[in-house]
Design a protein around this ligand. Structure first.
Ligand code: NI
Length: 243
């Protein structure tokens, strides 16, 4: 039993008598270029967190599938929460788990846009005084082992959104071999004036198909398995260290 969603309350109560560790996958529902899946950021975070749970025996919470993605709203199917609402929601989720006795929170993040808000949430909660709570935050694609692999496979064509690494991982999870993408057609993107954060309209103007300096055409199902393994090993080691 490693999934909170598939556990009963007596099982969670029993778990809390021996452990206070909780894995929390967070992501987003947003465009990932013309070949990437809208669920990329939560599919990846959830898959990694579940596998870490299996390896460590830690309980994994249901994924938070929506995030802070205002800048993607000019692309169909994207969903966002405004930063203040997202922060309020995430703080309530963490307060709830703290209330029951969870203390070591390992947040597995799949979406860069969530990070500033999550850092603010951790500060907010510590300001309130959640004695004994500790927050460990992982941007899975930035873990050294994962970043090294992406660099070996894609070099600078990894880019920073709709990246071949995250697209590969979803292809592995969803059983997609590869999808063609014309990187050359968009290599002349004018990034002048790009200064984070940007609005949805500004974002689409700078990155017309939604990919950001990345070549998702390099994504392969087989690479996805390697990224999953690298991320899981790194986070599992961190969870074990802090038990
Ligand atoms: Ni993403």
């Amino acid at each position: 039993m490693t999934r909170l969603a598939a556990a009963t309350w007596p099982e969670v109560e029993a778990y809390l008598k021996k452990s206070d560790v909780l894995l929390l996958p967070i992501g987003s529902t947003e465009q990932h270029g013309p070949t990437g899946l809208l669920g990329t950021d939560h599919l990846t975070a959830d898959a990694i967190a579940r596998e870490v749970a299996t390896r460590t025996g830690a309980l994994v919470a249901p994924p938070v599938c929506y995030g802070m993605a205002s800048h993607h709203m000019a692309f169909a199917g994207s969903v966002t929460l405004r930063p203040s609402v997202y922060q309020a929601m995430m703080a309530e989720i963490l307060r709830s788990y703290y209330h029951h006795g969870f203390r070591k929170f390992h947040v597995v993040n799949g979406h860069g846009g969530n990070e500033p808000s999550m850092r603010a949430v951790f500060q907010e909660l510590k300001h309130e005084g959640l004695e004994g709570a500790s927050f460990h935050f992982y941007n899975w694609w930035k873990l050294p082992e994962v970043a090294r692999l992406a660099d070996e496979l894609y070099g600078e064509r990894e880019g920073f959104h709709a990246t071949p690494s995250e697209v590969s991982l979803t292809f592995f999870l969803e059983g997609i071999e590869s999808r063609p993408y014309d990187f050359k057609a968009r290599s002349d993107i004018d990034e002048k004036g790009f200064n984070w954060p940007v609005t949805a309209v500004e974002c689409r103007k700078i990155f017309p198909d939604g990919a950001m300096k990345s070549d998702p055409g390099l994504a392969r199902r087989a690479h996805g398995e390697l990224f999953l393994k690298a991320a899981v090993e790194s986070i599992a080691a961190s969870v074990k260290e802090r038990r």
